[in-house]
Design a binder for this molecule. Structure first.
Ligand code: MG
Length: 389
């Protein structure tokens, strides 16, 4: 099996939505196709990947550094013992001559590329990606369904409490149990009213998570903590700056409910520091590292080694991003679940067209690879933008 071409493009996911920190009016993602010479059903195997939302496309890093290193590598050095593409070897080649630390846009670029390589490998192996992961890393055990929750409740221009309630009611009508809304983009008093409005329609705090998107200083974080403690929420997410571990630790001492964070940490080293210094509590808190922003599934395998070494359960990990990669990884690696984007970031957010959500859990696909082909709008968009036939 040989890589014959790697294509990358930038794609728009612009929309009117905003969280407490950014608007998505100019948001883009990188999309990647890894074209191979392996023929399955009369066609070359092509792996697809894309970066997750929130960090913009990274075409320069892909074009000038990561992709040339793979194309210049000895093709045999990129294969496993069965002659399939070895995503770990490909990642190593792509990231050669990169200094440690500074995990940022490079991690986003690699996240898109790594997803495409894993998709190609699973397709060549004839297995759904979740199944391949279970075979290789979980003793063949995979979860049949995955806990999912919709990332929603954004601030839109002119969006009132009725519209927010309708949005949340809609998610539960679609089969979700836990829903999530943004906070920190309005004054505390207004956010409390928004939370109370949503609680009226979702059945209680155990079905509602709130997300501050790293907005709060310590004083604001603690004011919100006091205000929301009585609601007994599912989680309180990304309270302060992603790298302010002391702030997170202080809040965790004073806020009794679960805290979630990690979507803006891009490496196993950063995750280890969060677990060392962030005050995260293994009995209740949640980690949201997003593989499609943090060097990909390959890096996440190292993340899970850190998780195991530090005595955490993999079930406390629910990746950010609402993409099919996280869904596959949750099922095949025994994670706690995956975010879902039924309403935003189209066509990249969301799962296969025939994916069923019931009682807050999603079903998996049974075709080889990541399942991109089963999301028709996404597949057509990728083929078009990457100029494939
Ligand atoms: Mg978040």
């Amino acid at each position: 099996m040989r890589i014959v071409d790697i294509r990358e493009r930038s794609a728009s996911i612009e929309s009117d939505i905003a969280n407490a920190y950014i608007s998505f009016s100019k948001m883009t993602v990188s999309v990647v196709a890894v074209v191979t010479d392996r023929i399955v059903d009369g066609k070359p195997v092509v792996g697809f990947g894309f970066s997750s939302n929130g960090r913009y496309a990274q075409g320069g890093i892909l074009r000038e550094r990561l992709i040339p290193r793979i194309m210049e590598a000895d093709p045999d050095s990129l294969l496993d013992a069965d002659g399939l593409l070895d995503p770990i070897a490909v990642s190593k080649a792509a990231l050669s001559n990169e200094k440690p630390g500074g995990h940022g846009d490079r991690a986003v670029a690699m996240g898109a590329l790594d997803m495409a390589v894993w998709d190609a490998t699973a397709k060549a192996a004839g297995l759904p990606l979740w199944n391949l992961l279970a075979e290789r890393y979980s003793g063949g055990r995979a979860d049949e369904t995955v806990m999912v929750y919709p990332g929603g409740g954004y601030y839109y221009p002119g969006k009132g409490l009725d519209a927010l309630q309708d949005e949340m009611r809609g998610y539960q009508d679609d089969g979700y149990s836990v829903v999530k809304m943004k906070i920190g983009g309005a004054p505390l008093k207004d956010d409390v009213e928004r939370i109370e409005a949503v609680l009226k329609v979702v059945g209680g705090g155990h079905n509602l998570a709130v997300d501050a998107n790293g907005r709060f200083d310590l004083e604001t974080a603690l004011a919100y903590s006091r205000a929301i403690t009585p609601f007994d929420l599912f989680w309180y997410e990304e309270i302060g700056d992603p790298l302010d571990y002391a702030l997170n630790a202080t809040v965790s001492e004073l806020y009794p409910g679960p805290i979630a964070t990690g979507e803006n940490l891009f490496s196993h080293q950063d995750l280890r520091n969060l677990l060392r210094y962030g005050g995260m509590r293994p009995d209740r808190d949640w980690i949201q590292l997003d593989p499609a922003l943090s060097y990909g599934l390959t890096e996440y395998l190292t993340v899970l080694q850190v998780v195991d070494q530090m005595g955490w359960s993999r079930r406390r990990f629910i990746p950010h991003g609402g993409h099919q990669l996280a869904l596959n990884m949750a099922a095949g690696l025994g994670l706690g679940g995956s975010e879902s984007y039924p309403g935003v970031f189209h066509p990249f957010g969301g799962f296969a067209d025939d994916c069923v959500i019931r009682d807050g859990r999603a079903t998996l696909h049974d075709t080889p690879g990541l399942g991109v082909e089963l999301k028709q709008v996404l597949h057509a968009h990728l083929r078009s933008i990457l100029e494939l036939d």
